[in-house]
Design a binder for this molecule. Structure first.
Ligand SMILES: [Mn+2]
Length: 372
């Protein structure tokens, strides 16, 4: 007997980021992007007609998603179960409350047929189509998680899947901010399961031949530049895996500009050429300029950059001084408004001993830092 299922993770419903653009419906467009990626992942799952779907954590981006997001999640999960696809979901670090009394948003799925949420800070085994699915959710404390490791083992004889959310021991390439959190030791991951479905790391990764991260379904940060997003189709015994890519908004990085030895005119021309070198329309774009002298740093052609990048979904400029650490300049609506208010405040107010234009340029930088 063989079983085919979908491994999905880190859908982060409710997350936004990359500016404050609004959709036609007046909702944060990035939040909409992330919902759309989930819808597409569900579409793909239904098209593939698997025996069931496993979601390895962080279905939601936060402990208390908005009503709109909860409604969307229920609708999409029902779309799966109505198509005859049972759903197993475990809690991730983003949707798990820090206090028991808050209650877990995944508990709403207890009320739906053929949806099996595991979120009670303990290891639980769900049996579906004669397959044992061992679920290790995000736990209230690292100590509780440690205790749960002892309960993790395959049920023999039978086919067994382990689902967990955290950092797989022995992987060095983790570069996410939340690294230190939960490490799942090799003794747990390698305890004889036919397949281990992991969540938390956003890059689709084969840890070992039978241990995988499906990755997130959209990009949550510039750290995910260049990564494909999607879901994994898995067949056991084997396992045999097929990655199915989900189309998401483009995120690009322009070639880094090294300003060493340039004068203002040269730098300005090179920046403008760089911004013309690719179509930025509706994309998330980043440009890094390194080795800026103090004088160049304080005189970046901010207005030109702004107008050249106005068609981008979001533009981020990283300007690095010669020796100092990077300072981030961000273009966003919030930034514009704040700066305009500051300009209005300044008005024609006399500023003795200060160059007004220069003050505005510096202010622009501070406001963009605030926006981080
Ligand atoms: Mn996570």
């Amino acid at each position: 007997m063989s079983i085919r299922f979908i491994h999905m993770a880190d859908t982060h419903l409710g997350a936004g980021g990359f500016g404050n653009k609004l959709s036609k419906n007046g909702i944060n467009q990035r939040e909409e992007d992330i919902c759309e990626a989930f819808r597409r992942a569900v579409d793909k799952t239904i098209e593939l007609r698997p025996d069931f779907l496993i979601h390895a954590g962080d279905l939601f981006h936060m402990v208390r998603p908005t009503n709109r997001i909860i409604n969307l999640a229920i609708k999409e999960i029902l779309r799966l179960t109505y198509a005859g696809i049972p759903v197993v979901i475990i809690s991730g670090n983003h949707d798990a409350p820090k206090q028991r009394a808050v209650g877990h948003v995944l508990s709403i799925f207890e009320n739906l047929d053929n949806v099996f949420p595991v979120y009670r800070s303990k290891y639980e085994v769900v049996k579906l189509r004669d397959i044992y699915i061992g679920c290790l959710p995000h736990c209230l404390t690292p100590e509780i998680l440690q205790e749960q490791f002892e309960h993790v083992h395959p049920e023999l004889p039978g086919l067994n899947i382990l689902v967990a959310h955290g950092v797989a021991a022995g992987i060095e390439k983790f570069s996410m901010a939340e690294i230190s959190e939960e490490e799942i030791p090799s003794s747990v991951l390698g305890s004889g399961f036919d397949y281990v479905a992991l969540g938390h790391y956003h890059k689709y990764t084969r840890v070992q031949e039978d241990i995988f991260y499906s990755g997130s379904t959209e990009r949550l940060s510039f750290g995910e530049l260049g990564e494909q997003k999607g879901i994994l189709e898995v067949e056991i015994p084997g396992p045999t895996t097929t990655f199915h890519q989900i189309e998401v908004r483009d995120m690009i990085e322009l070639e880094t500009i090294d300003a060493r030895g340039m004068d203002y005119e040269q730098l300005e021309q090179i920046i403008l050429n760089a911004l013309d070198s690719e179509d930025l329309t509706e994309k998330i774009v980043r440009l890094k300029i390194t080795n800026l002298t103090e004088a160049l740093y304080n005189n970046l052609p901010v207005r030109d950059i702004k107008s050249k990048t106005s068609g981008a979904f979001f533009f981020k400029l990283i300007a690095e001084r010669e020796e100092a650490q990077a300072v981030h300049l961000e273009e966003s609506m919030k930034f514009g408004r704040l700066l305009d208010e500051f300009k209005a405040y300044l008005g024609n107010r006399p500023i003795p001993n200060l160059d007004r234009e220069r003050l505005l340029v510096i202010a622009e930088k501070y406001f963009s830092d605030l926006d981080e």
